[in-house]
Structures are given as structure tokens and as C-alpha cells.
Design a protein around this ligand. Structure first.
Ligand code: MLT
Length: 210
């Protein structure tokens, strides 16, 4: 059983020594197990830390409250992003792992973006799958060349292209090194996401030696 930390979570220690840990953040209605198979394809052998979102929307776990689809309760986003950053700290101490790269899908990608914009040192990078801008006016922050991959869907009915572009630009203005690509898919994940995310993480490991 996992120790009692501030989020229900799953931790997998990984098998590849020195591999950068991944923080797995599920989409609406998901849980801590959801992204494990994806992470195993993208970064085999890496340690994985996967919290479950604490907000329930009709019984479906999420990482923050929304007022309608695509309309976020920004005060809640702010509070929950700081709470998640504290959990990352707590879990890093507990499990003895380094600063993770977030792998977030949909609502999980949106909270990862909020953590980047509010607690830039909590993550060493992020793969944001079908992400939106978490804040209408992004906070002023300095992201010291943090690498971020954003994969959007050209036919995504939930994320307008302009919104994903606004997120990419907010992160870039803050100093992140953003690679934003739009794939010929919808909101769902595809084999192309796996291929691109894996290549991107491999190239990070080659540059940063992990
Ligand atoms: C969100 O609420 O974070 C986004 O609309 C994505 C979703 O969860 O559907």
C-alpha cells in the first residue's frame, strides 16, 4: 500500500537507473492508473508518480473545478495547482526522486500548465496532451528554459486552436522552450502522440544525460 501522502496516488519506482521521474496527470473521470500504460510506452523503466485529482464532478475525479466545459474556476485552479506542487515536494522527499517531468492529458495537462506557471521549479519539463490555457491572464513567472511539448488535435472539439496557441505563447514568454505540434486527430490520444512524446523525451535525456 502507498504511504499516506496528501493525494491518493500510485508510485512505481522504475527500473532504469538515473531515469527522470514522470508525474502522470489523468483526464476528467480518470485515476492514478490511467496513464501508466502510456508512460510505459513513452518512457519505459522511468519512475512514475501518479496522483488522483481531488475534485469530483458528478463523481468523476478532476484536478480543479470548472464552471462549464472549457470555462475554469481560476481561483480553484490556482489553489489546486499550489496544492499539487506541495504534493510533488512531499512525494519527492518520501520516495527520494528528482524533479519530475509532467505527462498530462486533458484536465491533467491543464493542471500541469498551471503548476508550470505558478511553481516553475516544481517540474523539470512537461508533455501536455490536448492542453488548454489554465488562466485567461497568465501570472508573471520565470521558467528557466523548461522544456515543454504540447500536442494538440486539429479536430479537437474541446480545445480551440487559438486557446492552445495562447498557452504555448504564455509558456514561451515565461522562458520555457516550447515545441507545439498539431496532429490530425481529435481530443483522443493516438499512436502519433506516443511516437512524438517518446522521441521528445529521448532527446531530452540525450541533452540532459538522463
Ligand atoms: C478541463 O476541464 O480541464 C478541460 O475542459 C478538459 C476536460 O477535462 O475535458
Amino acid at each position: 500500500m502507498e504511504p499516506h501522502l496528501s493525494f491518493v496516488h500510485r508510485f512505481e519506482p522504475g527500473t532504469k537507473s538515473g531515469a527522470r521521474p514522470l508525474l502522470l496527470l489523468h483526464g476528467t473521470g480518470g485515476n492514478e492508473d490511467d496513464l501508466v500504460p502510456l508512460a510505459e510506452m513513452i518512457a519505459p523503466g522511468s519512475p512514475m508518480l501518479a496522483p488522483r485529482g481531488k475534485v469530483l464532478e458528478n463523481g468523476m475525479p478532476r484536478f480543479f473545478r470548472r464552471l462549464a466545459e472549457g470555462v475554469f474556476d481560476e481561483e480553484d485552479v490556482h489553489r489546486r495547482a499550489l496544492e499539487l506542487a506541495r504534493f510533488i515536494e512531499e512525494a519527492r522527499k518520501n520516495y527520494g526522486i528528482g524533479v519530475p517531468v509532467a505527462l498530462g492529458y486533458s484536465n491533467g495537462a491543464n493542471i500541469a500548465a498551471a503548476v508550470l506557471l505558478l511553481r516553475p521549479t516544481a517540474l523539470s519539463g512537461a508533455v501536455l496532451l490536448r492542453s488548454m490555457a489554465p488562466f485567461v491572464r497568465p501570472p508573471e513567472v520565470k521558467l528557466a528554459s523548461t522544456p515543454v511539448l504540447i500536442l494538440s488535435g486539429a479536430r479537437d472539439p474541446i480545445v480551440p486552436a487559438a486557446n492552445a496557441a495562447r498557452l504555448a505563447s504564455a509558456l514561451e514568454v515565461a522562458g520555457a522552450v516550447v515545441d507545439h505540434r498539431t496532429l490530425p486527430v481529435g481530443h483522443e490520444l493516438s499512436p502519433l502522440d506516443v511516437k512524438i512524446a517518446r522521441g521528445w523525451l529521448d532527446s531530452l535525456a540525450a541533452v540532459h544525460g538522463q
